[in-house]
Design a protein around this ligand. Structure first.
Ligand SMILES: Nc1ncnc2c1ncn2[C@@H]1O[C@H](COP(=O)(O)OP(=O)(O)OP(=O)(O)O)[C@@H](O)[C@H]1O
Length: 247
């Protein structure tokens, strides 16, 4: 179980995430919603360790991760989708995935290691590329992929790490209409496996309604609603938050 207790960050006088306490169970998908600037991405950054908390704690299965670096949290099982800048643009799509698989296996990033030739690494990497419908692009340079394919590659890299917790921050942003279902299918598959804790920041309410078991609403950094999708969506506090009126 992933848990945040009174998680807080201040930027100068501005409290971007304000004492958010919430727990997330394996096998569930929770959508984090809220108006622009509500603190959703910052909340993810605090969970994954990209930002240090001003107060509060992040716990995974009872272990306090709050003082750990982002890579240490990744090793504990917190998976944050790679940013494009973390891809190796001049390596092929397959090589990028293979390096992520190697990293998970603790083989480091020794490019010329004999392990590179290891069949099982290549097989696992190709299987991941098939899952994200990128097998046909295995030999393309990562930098040459269109935007939607780069997003799919990010998901493949994340899956290569086999995290316990998946943090998806607007996974379909900037994708064309025909690419969106591929990524949503992947998230649906992960959810069906029932082992993962999945958190999703998403502005598209139809996607949220379809995928989420639960919705958490942030407004001005604070948690203002938490519950089953239909009731949260209908609640006055959400209507107010989305209208920008103080809840
Ligand atoms: N590094 C930073 N320094 C200063 N202020 C920051 C920083 N990161 C975020 N903020 C501020 O914190 C608030 C929350 O931003 P955040 O990006 O988390 O919102 P969000 O809910 O993800 O918004 P959006 O839906 O637009 O992506 C905003 O007021 C933002 O300007």
């Amino acid at each position: 179980m992933l848990e945040t207790q009174d998680l807080t960050i201040r930027f100068g006088g501005h409290v971007a995430v304000d004492r958010v306490s919430c727990s997330f169970q394996p096998g569930t998908l929770t959508a984090i919603v809220g108006p622009n600037g509500a603190g959703k991405t910052t909340y993810f950054n605090l969970i994954s360790g990209q930002l240090p908390a001003s107060g509060g704690r992040v716990l995974l299965n009872g272990e306090d991760l709050t003082r750990l670096s982002a890579p240490q949290r990744t090793r504990r099982g917190l998976g944050r989708a790679f940013q494009l800048t973390q891809l190796f643009p001049h390596l092929t799509v397959l090589e990028n995935v293979r390096l992520a698989v190697q990293a998970r296996c603790g083989m480091g990033l020794r490019l010329f290691s004999v392990w590179l030739q290891h069949r099982s690494l290549i097989d696992e990497s190709m299987a991941l590329l098939e899952r994200v419908r990128l097998a046909a692009r295995a030999d393309s340079l990562a930098a040459s992929l269109p935007h939607g394919d780069q997003r799919k590659l990010e998901v493949a890299l994340l899956m290569a790490l086999q995290p316990k917790v998946y943090l998806f921050d607007e996974p379909t942003a900037g994708m064309s209409v025909d690419e969106v279902p591929v990524v949503l299918d992947l998230i649906r598959d992960l959810k069906r496996e029932g082992r993962h804790t999945i958190l999703l920041v998403e502005h598209k309410m139809d996607v949220v309604r379809e995928l989420a078991d639960r919705i958490v609403v942030l407004h001005q950094g604070a948690l203002v609603a938490d519950g089953e999708p239909a009731s949260v969506m209908a609640s006055a506090v959400v209507q107010n938050a989305y209208l920008g009126v103080a809840a």
